[in-house]
Design a protein around this ligand. Sequence first.
Ligand code: SF4
Ligand code: SF4
Length: 920
Amino acid sequence: MRLTIDGRAVELPEGATVLDGVNLLTIPLPQLCKDPDRAPLGACRTCLVRVEGQRGLPAACHLPAREGMVVSTEHPDAVRVRRGVLDLTLAMLTPSAERADFAQVGAAAARHGLREPGFAPLHRFDVDASKSFFVLDREACILCGRCTVACDEVQQIGAIALLGRGHATKVGVFGDGALAASVCTSCGQCVATCPTGALSPKDAPARIARRVETTCPYCGVGCGLVVNVIAGESSEGRSPHLQTDDRLALMTDDVPSNQSSLGTLCVKGRFGTGFVHARDRVTHPMVRRDGRWVRVSWEEALDAAAEGLVRHRGRFGALASAKATNEDGYVFQKFCRVVMQTNDVDHCTRLCHSPSVEAMLVSMGSGATSNSYQDYEDAGCLMVVGADASANHPVIAIRFRRAVARGARLVVVNPKRVDLCDQADLWLQQRPGTDVALFNAMARVILDEGLANLDFVGNRTEGFEAWRASLEPFTLAHAERVTDVRASDITRAARWYARPPFAGSCLIWGMGITQHTNGIHNAHAVLNLALVAGQMGFPGSGISPLRGQNNVQGCGDAGCIPTNLPGYQKYDPETLAKFEARWGVRPPGRPGRVVTEMIEGCLDGATRALYVVGENPLLSEPDLHHAEKAIDQLDVLVVQDLFMHETAERAHVFLPAAAFAEKEGTFTNSERRVQRVRQALPPPGEARPDWWIACELAKRVARRLGIDVGDQFDYPGPAEIFDEMARLTPLLAGLSHARLDREGGIQWPCPTADHPGTRYLYAESFPTGRARFVPARETAEAAELPDRDFPFVLNTGRLLYHWHGGTLTRRVQGLLELAPHLEVAIHPSDARRLGVNPGSRIRVASRRGELTGHACVTEAVRPGAVFVPFVKLEESAANFLTNSAFDPSSKIPEYKVCAVRVERVPEEASAGRHSPPRPR
Ligand code: SF4
Ligand code: SF4
C-alpha cells in the first residue's frame, strides 16, 4: 500500500496502521500508550491525525492504512486537539526536581508548546519504593496502561493493575499494598515500557554512550540483552568506544523477534549484571608465595602455572566453564587434548544433566533438547517434571503460562510446590526418589488404555517388547503406594500426555529427577514415556532437559566432556584422524575421567594438578568438607575467574578472566540456538578473555614439554576459533560469527551455510536409526534415607534472586536485598512440633555438616521434608549437608535427597544477629 503522510510517500504492508507509517517516516507524533514492541492500546488519544476526505480526528494507532490515503499530523485541528489532550495528561503529573522531564510526555508536551500544566492535579499519590531495583512514582503516571499490559500479557504475572475509579485511579497491586509484598518478580518489564518515568530504575542511567546486543550470562534460556553503556569520564569528547572507565547501566530487553526471549527478561538478566563492576573483582594475575598472594605479571603467572601443570601431566584434570563462550571452551579442551594429552576435561553438566545427556545419547543418539521454546507455546500438554521454571528459567515459565492461557494442559510433577502449580491443571507431589515408579505406571496406563502411538513405536523404535515386559510390576496400585500419588491422578496425567487436547505434548524436566543415584533410570523412564506416546518430532511436541548455566549446552558441544570430542563425536579412528589432521597432534582415544572422579582422585593421588575455569567446586560439589579435604591435597591448583571465591582462595595461581560483557564469542542456549556474545566494555585491569589465557598457557606448556604446536594456539580472535570448531563439527558446520551477526541466533544441527537451522529434532529419523526403549529400574529411593537420628529428607534447588551458589548474584546489592537470608522451607506441622516460628533461626545437620538459616514455614514442602537453596548466604551453604554418593552410570551426585536433623536455634543464640526475612 502506498499512502502519503505530511506530504511524504510511504509504502506499508497489508495490516499496517497509519502509526506504522508515521514511525517509518520518523515523524515525531506523540504515542504515549504505544509500546513499540506491542499491539496498540488506544488509551492515551495523543496520536490523533487528520485524514483527507474523512470527518473527525482518528487515533493513528488504531487506523488501518489504506491505499491512497492522505494523512496529516500537522493539520491545525489535529494539533489543537492533541494539545488539549496533552494538557490534560500533564495535569495528571506532579512536577518535582527529580522528575523534571517526564520522558516521552515531557518531550511531546514541549513540541506542542506546553511547559506548565494548565490544571492542578486532583489527587496526591504515594511513591512505592519498596522494590530494590525500581520505584513506582504515581505522581508521574498518566494511566496509559502500558505497565499493566507488560506485567499481565507479556510476563503473564499480573502483579499490577489500574485500581480505583475516576480521578482516584492509580497503578497498584492486589489489596493496594506495597509492590514488595506482592507477586511482583522484579522483572522490570513494566519499567522498560513506562513512557513517563513513573516506573523507573533506582539506579537511573546517566548518559548512554552506546548500546551493544548480546546474550544473558545467567541461565540456559539465553535471552537477548541490550547492554547500555554509560560513558566514563575518559570518553568525554572522544570516540565512544571501550574506555576503561565505562560502566554497564541496566540491561534492556532485545527486540521481540529474538526467538529466545521475545523481548522479555527476568530480574537477573535486567538488573543482575552489576557483578562485572564488583569492587572485589580480581584484575591482575597472582601467584601464591609463602602462603600469601602476590601480584605478578602475566609472564610470571603463566610460567608458574605452566611449570606446575608440566610436572603433573598424567595426573592432571581440567574443569571448563559453562559460563564461558563456545570459543573459550573449544580452546580449553584443545589445550587438554593436544598439549596435556588427556581427555580428563569436564564441566558442570556432570552435576546437573549428565543422566539426561547419557540416557538421550543411548536412546536417541543426541543429548540435546529436541524441540524449540516455540513448541512449548504450541503444545496441547506440558508435563514439567522436577523443575522450578519460575525460579530457574523465568522466561521459559512465561512460555508455559502463555500455553496455559491458550488452553494447554499443564501437569506439574514435583515433591515441592513450585510457583507453576498456581497455573497447573494437575500437580503430582510424589515422594522424593520415586520417579521410576511414577513414570513406569503412566506408561502402563498408556499401553493398557490403547493410547500408545503404535505406528511410531513400530516404525521408529526398538526394544519395545523387552521394555513392555519390564513394566509388569508397575501397576497403579504399586505406584500409588510407592509415590504417594493417587492412582486417578497418575491416570489423568498419562491420558493428557498421550492424547493432548490439541497439537502435541512436551515433556520438560529439570534436576529434580537427575540429581539422584538413580538419575539415569529416571531419565530413561521419562524418555520411554515420550517414545511410547510418540511425542517428538513434530511442532508442539518434544523432550527437554532444561539446561542450567547459560552455556552448558555449548560447553558440551565444544568438547569439554571426557566422553566425546567436539560435537559429541566418538573416539573412533576416523574421527581421531580428522582431528589429528587439523590439530597436528592425535587426541587420546579413550574416554577420560569425569569431574567427580577427578575430585576423588585428589585424595588417592590420581589428580595432582587441577585447572579450573569459571567454576567454584567448593560451593557446587556435594559434601563440601570432603571436597575441601580433596582440593587441599592438590600440588597445583590453577584458577581462572573473576573473583577470589571459595575454590580460588586455595589456588596456587590465579588468572584474571574477562566477564561476558568484555569479550566476543557465542553461547548456545537450551534449545540448541547459537547466539552472539559481543564486547561492550574492555576487561578491567589486566583481565583477559579465557580463550586468550588458555592459548598462552598451552604454548608455554607445549614448549616445556617439547611438543611442536606450530600456530595451533595463535588465533586472531574468537571468530577464527569458531570457524575451526565449525569445520571439525558437522552439527555447526554451516555457522560462523558473520552469519550469526546477519541472521541472529540459529539452532544446530546446521550442516551447511544455506541450511536454516533445525527447530526440532527427530522429524524423520534418529541419529541411531531407531530410538531405543531402555527399561528403567526402580532402586532404593535414595542412597541415604531418613532414620531416627536424621529424620528429615533434605531437598535442594535454586532461587529466582540468586544464581546457583551465588558467586555472581551475591555481588549485586539489589539481588541481595531481595533474598538476603538463607531460608529453610519446612512444613507447618513439623514447624509446630519443633516449636519453630516463621523467620526464626533453625539449624539443619546431616552426617557431613550443618548450617543455620531462617525458617520459612510453608506447605510448599511435604511433611518430613525440608528445602534449602544452593546459594551460600550468611556463610551457610546446602552442600555442606549433601551426600557425595553418585549415580554409578552418569556419576552425578545425589544432591536432591539426603537425611538431615532439624532443630530450633535458641533465641538467645540468635538474638540480634539477623533480622527475619521480609516479604518480597
Ligand atoms: S517488575 Fe515485572 S512482575 Fe513486577 S510489576 Fe513490573 S512487570 Fe509486573
Ligand atoms: S531467563 Fe535466564 S537468560 Fe533470560 S534474563 Fe533471566 S537469567 Fe537471563
